[in-house]
Write a protein that binds this ligand. Structure first.
Ligand code: FBP
Length: 262
């Protein structure tokens, strides 16, 4: 097993994953204000920024577009996913094998687990297969650890996010991607619950530069190791400007104010 810090998806112990699986998870609605981003090449171009340690996509996007970027971008292959057309209890179809992800050039695997869903048992069993096959291929696994389901009314409350990070640690994830629990203190507790596993924040819907960078600053102060972000980067007119600022906050410990002054 390769230490996670030696993985290409980690830079100086930190992680900045650019996610673009929204066409599956949310549908074309996320591209309404940025129709040019429907072309995955545009987001792969953004992912060539030095701040980005990996780009997270589904199999079809990797097959079609990654060959042109494999020298410049690390690939995080998302192994499962669900569309917004699915109206049932939270679940996520496994749509790619780990062997095939490795063949496509993946540097890491991504897998969603909806703890608390009525489908949790099956999802965790599927995660077991993916995590163990990942070990065989020396591919770390990033868990999108998103507790949700009919029994969970608030999926970002502090105790839920702490449970999400702990669950990921105990199931063998290398990195847990969780929603922001609303405060630095709550994030610090979620990080404590994760032991030595890396915790990164999920980006969420687009906010202002300052609001987003301030939240990232709080999350880094809380001991998190970075971000897995989509819309807050690629829905911007100038993603590079925000990535420049994120680079200083994540890797150099700059404040949001300082990062925006540069
Ligand atoms: P954002 O930064 O745009 O929120 O993306 C992170 C992400 O986890 C994506 O990988 C995924 O498509 C989406 O959020 C799923 O979010 P949700 O299930 O909460 O709608």
């Amino acid at each position: 097993m390769i230490p996670i810090d030696d993985s290409p998806i980690v830079r100086d112990g930190k992680v900045l994953i650019l996610a673009m699986d929204h066409g599956l998870e949310h549908g074309p609605v996320d591209f309404e204000d940025v129709p040019e981003k429907l072309d995955p090449s545009t987001v792969f171009e953004t992912a060539t920024h030095d701040a980005v340690t990996a780009m997270a996509v589904q199999k079809g996007i990797a097959e079609g577009y990654y060959p042109s970027y494999e020298d410049d971008v690390n690939l995080l292959l998302k192994i499962n996913g669900t569309s917004n057309l699915w109206m049932g209890e939270p679940d996520s179809a496994v749509n790619c094998s780990v062997d095939y992800a490795a063949e496509l050039g993946a540097d890491a695997l991504g897998f969603t687990v909806y703890g608390g869903s009525n489908n949790e048992i099956e999802m965790v069993e599927e995660f077991r297969d993916v995590q163990e096959a990942g070990r065989d291929h020396d591919l770390p696994t990033v868990m999108w650890s998103y507790p949700r389901g009919q029994g969970l009314k608030n999926d970002t409350k502090p105790s839920t996010i702490s449970y999400a990070t702990r669950l990921a640690l105990e199931l063998g994830a290398d990195v847990a991607k969780v929603k922001y629990p609303g405060s630095k203190e709550a994030m610090a507790h979620a990080v404590d619950c994760a032991g030595d596993m890396k915790v990164v924040m999920s980006g969420g819907s687009k906010t202002s530069d300052y609001e987003f960078l301030s939240t990232v600053e709080a999350v880094m102060d809380a001991g998190a190791k970075g971000l897995a972000v989509g819309r807050n980067v690629w829905q911007r007119e100038d993603p590079t400007h925000l990535l420049d600022a994120l680079e200083t906050v994540i890797y150099e410990g700059a404040t949001a104010d300082a990062a925006l002054d540069e």
